[in-house]
Design a protein around this ligand. Structure first.
Ligand SMILES: Nc1ncnc2c1ncn2[C@@H]1O[C@H](COP(=O)(O)OP(=O)(O)OP(=O)(O)O)[C@@H](O)[C@H]1O
Length: 261
């Protein structure tokens, strides 16, 4: 049995078909990168993995069990725009998840439990390279630092599945390189299964162990909502040649032009 099974999965909103007939088996610890034209349903797929959206038809299973219909601590997400709490310091932002997990009603830890939690928090802050900024507020941090904080917030909860929705899309190229090394380090250390959406095919090839291309095989210009996207390529990284790269890029660009026409 695979860790994650996606079997004949469809997602529709009213008469709009967003995703059609997705089939996928993912093992624990894989790093899947998702690329595709804007509007092809990549974020919708992440929302289904998170439990924010349910399938219209088909099966989505975690270790053979139906995916929980609500987000839970097994699954974390990092968005492109910083999702940290502006009224909490770096340390408080990372501590918050542990406090809510252990004290769901009070949201506060005391004494020994708090000291133990803070040890973990400080180790995580160090691990993402923010040790010098522990007591700073989010507005005092650069974009890259805020994303480091969002990543720390997610990893401290030790999610089994981590969803990254264009997490580096708003960052400068130089900073993106540093973030790539950070995410690869944390992924190797934790063995978390990652799904990451990116618009950058090169980033997808560099980071993932597996590249999933979401694309529309059929497109009716008169009725763009009549057909959904599906997974047109599922490539183990390292076995891809330049010709295939060019053909993915041209197919995704063609769909992007159709969708924005
Ligand atoms: N709640 C909703 N109700 C109706 N339509 C929706 C809803 N959520 C998403 N959609 C539609 O589903 C399609 C896919 O959107 P989605 O955001 O998943 O695409 P995407 O591939 O992630 O795009 P991008 O790369 O621009 O973020 C879009 O046409 C969008 O309008």
């Amino acid at each position: 049995m695979s860790f994650i099974t996606v079997n004949r999965l469809w997602k529709e909103y009213g008469s709009t078909i967003v995703l059609e007939n997705l089939n996928l088996e993912v093992e624990q610890g894989e790093f899947c990168t998702l690329v595709g034209a804007s509007g092809c349903g990549k974020s919708t797929f992440l929302k289904m993995l998170l439990g924010q959206e349910g399938p219209t038809r088909g099966e989505l299973a975690l270790e053979g069990e139906e995916f929980p219909g609500e987000p839970d601590r097994n699954r974390g997400i990092v968005f492109q725009r910083y999702s940290v709490f502006p009224h909490l310091t770096v340390r408080q932002n990372v501590l918050m998840g542990l406090e809510l997990e252990q004290k769901p009603f009070l949201g506060k830890l005391f004494g020994q439990a708090r000291r133990q939690a803070l040890e973990k928090v400080d180790a995580m802050i160090e691990s993402v390279g923010l040790a010098h900024a522990t007591d700073k507020w989010p507005h005092e941090l650069s974009g890259g630092m805020q994303q480091r904080l969002a990543i720390a917030q997610s990893f401290i909860m030790r999610p089994r599945v981590l969803l990254l929705d264009e997490p580096f899309g708003a960052l400068d190229p130089g900073i993106r390189g540093d973030m790539h090394e950070l995410i690869l380090k944390l992924w190797r250390e934790t063995g978390t299964t990652i799904f990451m959406v990116t618009h950058d095919l090169q980033e997808g090839f560099y980071l993932g162990t597996r590249l999933l291309v979401f694309d529309k095989v059929r497109n009716d210009p008169q009725q763009p909502e009549a057909y959904g996207a599906t997974i047109t390529y599922d490539l183990p990284i390292g076995e891809t040649n330049g010709q295939l790269y060019d053909s993915i890029e041209s197919s995704v660009s063609k769909t992007a032009r159709n969708l924005s026409a």
